[in-house]
Design a protein around this ligand. Sequence first.
Ligand code: PEP
Ligand code: MG
Length: 557
Amino acid sequence: MECIQGKCLVAGIAIGRIEIHEERQIAVTYIRAQDVADEWKRYEKACALATVQLQDLYEKALQELGGEKALVFEAQKMFLRDEEYHTSVRDWIENRRTNAEYAVYSTGQWYSEKLRCLGDEYMRERSQDVKDVTDRVLSILIDVLAESAVSNRRGVTQTITSECSIKADGHGDDRIVLARELTPGQTMQLDKESVKALVSTEGSKNSHAAILARAMNIPAVSGIEIRPEWNGKLAAVDGVNGKIYIEPDEMTLELLEVQNNAARQRREQLESLKGRETRTKQGKVVKLYANIAGKQDVDEAIENDAEGIGLFRTEFLYMNREDYPTEDEQFLLYKYVVESMQGKTVVIRTLDIGADKTVDYMGLKPERNPALGYRAIRICLKRRDMFRCQLRAILRAAAYGRVKILVPMIISVDEVLDVKKLLDIAQRELEAQGIVYGEVKLGVMIETPAAVMISKELALEVDFFSIGTNDLTQYTLAIDRQNAELDAFYNPYHLAVLRMIELVAANAHEADIEVGICGELGADVQMTKQLVEMGIDEISVAPSKILQIRDVICHME
Ligand code: PEP
Ligand code: MG
């Protein structure tokens, strides 16, 4: 048996077979080109090598798989002769003075998006070909031609990852997935039934991947250097203590079983709280809601007696796919959640894409500081048609229950006014088209220090606040929540954060609106009493945490 100490991301214990997930990553570094001619030469060389590789693949496929399959490589080779592609790369290198890697990456993004937008199935496939060719040329530039690059190149690295899904590969039903790092998109794709635990090399407690794993009740440990020979071996993961055991011995398994039973017993004790109101002994009622990321979490929210949905992270509907979800598709999903909650409140957060949540088809440019970048409402107020489509879908779902709209990453009153304008347009459009829709309340997330400091003004424009402590901690303390190295500094209990929560609650109540908390701090039972005393009216947490929080509140004076 081998025991490796890592870091706890999500508590819980699991046993299963190891399944190593290999992902392909290409790190593109933006560098200002010193020698334009040199960068162009590197590009030409990479294209020539890529052509040779594709020709080899074509011949191999022709022999082994037949002509039809081989045509894929022929089609990809064609893009290496495409004038428009070359012209774009040349433009990036010569006029914008970027290195060849960045020029190829940007061209690939733009070109594949252009083809994808042409809409038909054939063009969408070609769009994928462009992506594959781009990845191939990039790999050659980075892996093979790196030595011809200027040695002291310094720049901003953007990692682009082909988000391959994780599939079962015959290791039995109970899988322990090991990966260097999981993106939120990949985490979402995990099969909740068969994946019993996640183990990664990288990964911070506050990342969306960890938050999702927590919501899915999948124990997770990070900080583990993965060894290929582990693949297929039996492993036990102790998410509570951040440990992983390879081929655990009998005694270890027994000890873990004891811990597991104790946790099960605690859960069973909490069952008696189902159906009970969340109220302190003195009678203060707190709304106790669930955070969900999609349809798959609704049952668990109901099972754990959620009094509503306090945060529906809709961005996951936009991920792991080739194109935007249509209005009807969104409407059906929102309607499903609203109807499932049977008249209870459902807070639907509008698209919060960006930073660690990426969507290929949106064609967003790589950024130097993605957390401080083009994300959430900033994108929605620029891509107004896309946003209006989501607002229309939510309004339509509101006809089936009690719906609130929550807008992320707000930093100004003007943004709120703009959202209201779009909401109004969406309502009038639906009205004119004779499409049924319902009333909605509008709220904003308070997750930037700017929003905190203008919460008095914001409170006059909206119906409710929801404090996002994950980002609020990140932006207040200037700590990248994605950076595992900084986990020790990421302190949501910092006085600065707590004072902000207090200020926001006071400003909300002064304007007679409610204030909730939907960040991970709300799920910390050590904090519940303090948050309720600060005046928090609603707490929204991962479904599995609901009864624990209710227990604390019901025992409060
Ligand atoms: C937050 O920032 O606290 C929050 C709830 O939103 P997310 O974690 O999705 O950024
Ligand atoms: Mg946030």
